[in-house]
Design a binder for this molecule. Sequence first.
Ligand code: UDP
Ligand code: MG
Length: 317
Amino acid sequence: MNCSIVVPIYNEERSLPELFERLHGALSKLSGQYEIIAVNDGSRDNSQAVLADLASANSNVRVLNFSRNFGQTAAIDAGIRHAKHDIVIPIDADLENDPADIPRLMAKMGEGFDVVSGYRKDRWQGNWLSRKLPSLMANKLISWLSGVQLSDFGCTLKAYRREVVENLRLYGDMHRFIPAYASWNFNARITEIPVSHTPRKHGKSNYGLGRIWKVVLDLLVLKFFADYSRRPIHLFGSMGSISILLGLVAGVLSIYFKFSVAYHKDFIQTPLPVLMAMLIVVGVILIMMGLLAEILIRTYFENHNQESYQIKEKINF
Ligand code: UDP
Ligand code: MG
């Protein structure tokens, strides 16, 4: 089995020499071929020059220099698109992930999995309340929303069969959801193994705790696209219908109160008529938004020559 390693890099000049030394060390022990695709995401330090040196010293190192900083997701996306081997493994450049775990990921892939997810088992020890708990909850939430049970979506070090990732388009911070994507689009076989984790030695993290909320929002977008992007009216239409239905119930109730002898209440004595008007207006607007979304999605698929399906395999074509 051959593998392509993808390294997103933003201002990591001080980690790069050790990282590449350890990568070559771990990868040269494997039986197959390898390449290391270093994606320099518009670093402002000396990373570009360091990478140029590393590439001239070893032809397995290939470098993509971005014109400016586009973010970790874009860097991983570019790396995956340029990968030539069957297994693609992204890894952080800051030495938080250990290259020595790569052979274990490869071995697990050899058992026939499409995705082997690393999880940083021993992370945040001694920091239970402020870091471990939020991360635990975020991962539970993502597992629940995505239907893919993983303990550590945030760990970059994961192995993918190229087939299940090469047609992805990744936006925002969505590199964390590649396993979810693979599962939705390919029924991918997914498993996880613990990987080691060392806190960053040089420089500092590019993210703070605020990312958890952004990650959840990204996931909502992704879930919407996975389930409804081809039929948005199903989502907007059902929400709109429910709203109209509730509005009608409020209306009927208000009429009942008006004419009931035992529970008599005039229209202005309850919020029900206002509720009725509001729910029905919201419902109608939702349904119209669904129709608009249908128009948008059609122009999208037609303009981009996108199919509304993906073929996994063709035989005798
Ligand atoms: N990274 C990148 N572009 C960015 C931010 C980060 O390529 O805009 C890279 C960074 O160099 C590192 C990896 O993404 O290799 C993970 O970033 P970081 O260590 O800051 O995140 P954390 O480990 O805190 O999740
Ligand atoms: Mg890091």
